[in-house]
Design a protein around this ligand. Structure first.
Ligand code: FPP
Length: 263
């Protein structure tokens, strides 16, 4: 299946009017890093009598829209959950479709992503993926390394617990090599072994589709993230919804366990 014109038309026509813009507060203090759990593709397709794969194609279209909103709003990093370490339990047909879609996405948007200055990065157990997917990842990463408008990080075969276990394994190797001492361990030692240690923790995590859970996404990095939940299914989640999330984020006070300045 390739990006089918009928689905794209359906996708383009679903936008509700966008009535809000960014508040002055949000313009002055946008999140540096937003993460999105792109949930609800299956239900979006089912509501239209389409196969689940059509929902994923519409979801991938929306991922490109998301990049444009982030650039417009001066957001530096966006991480999206595209395939979890648990998604292998889905029917083989759906897994195959998601792998193909992953490859097609980069062919379809190669030029736009380049023109928009989007750098591509990936996190997850990428070595377990089909070779064609790994190859696409390597090419996308290498060819986009100098772009600086936005870093799009795609979590693919990603699980937060797996990431933590992998980091602990690396620390144990360092211990065996006498490079670290358990009594001196600090949080930064574990952070240094996450997939992308240079990427700041997400300021805001958005989950559309009405589900109220983290589903093993960015467990270590989300310790002080703000959350935004919405009932809108991911392919329908538009710029207005995104703007609401950013405005709400900017109106919150983040205390990281401390107190407000005046208290
Ligand atoms: C969850 O919705 C979504 C996924 C498991 C896949 C998300 C993938 C995309 C949006 C495509 C991304 C493409 C690229 C190129 C990275 P669901 O299927 O669980 O929806 P449901 O809860 O309604 O069944």
């Amino acid at each position: 299946m390739s990006f089918p014109q009928a689905i794209l038309k359906l996708f383009k026509s679903r936008h509700k009017p966008i009535t809000v813009g960014l508040t002055a507060e949000a313009k002055a203090n946008p999140p540096k890093h937003v993460a999105v759990i792109m949930d609800g593709n299956g239900r979006w397709a089912k509501k239209r009598g389409l196969p689940r794969s059509s929902g994923h194609y519409a979801g991938a279209e929306n991922l490109h829209e998301l990049c444009k909103w982030c650039i417009e709003y001066s957001i530096d990093y966006v991480t999206v959950f595209a395939f979890s370490t648990e998604n292998w339990q889905r029917p083989q047909k759906e897994i195959d479709s998601l792998m193909n879609l992953f490859i097609e996405f980069f062919t379809r948007y190669e030029r736009e992503l380049e023109a928009e200055g989007v750098r591509l990065r990936f996190c997850g157990e990428t070595q377990e993926l089909p070779l064609a997917v790994q190859d696409t990842m390597k090419k996308a990463e290498a060819s986009s390394i100098k772009r600086s408008n936005l870093q799009l990080i795609i979590a693919f075969n990603y699980g937060g617990r797996r990431e933590i276990v992998r980091a602990v394994g690396k620390l144990l190797q360092e211990y065996r090599a006498n490079e670290i001492k358990p009594d001196n361990l600090v949080e930064a030692d574990l952070s240094a072994h996450m997939y992308l240690p240079d990427v700041p923790d997400p300021d805001l995590i958005i989950r559309p589709s009405g589900e109220l859970r983290l589903s093993n996404f960015l467990l270590w990095q989300s310790a002080y993230s703000e959350f935004w939940f919405s009932n809108v299914l991911w392919p329908d989640f538009n710029k207005g919804d995104f703007t609401d999330a950013i405005n709400d984020y900017a109106s919150r006070q983040r205390r990281y366990g401390g107190l407000k300045e005046a208290e």
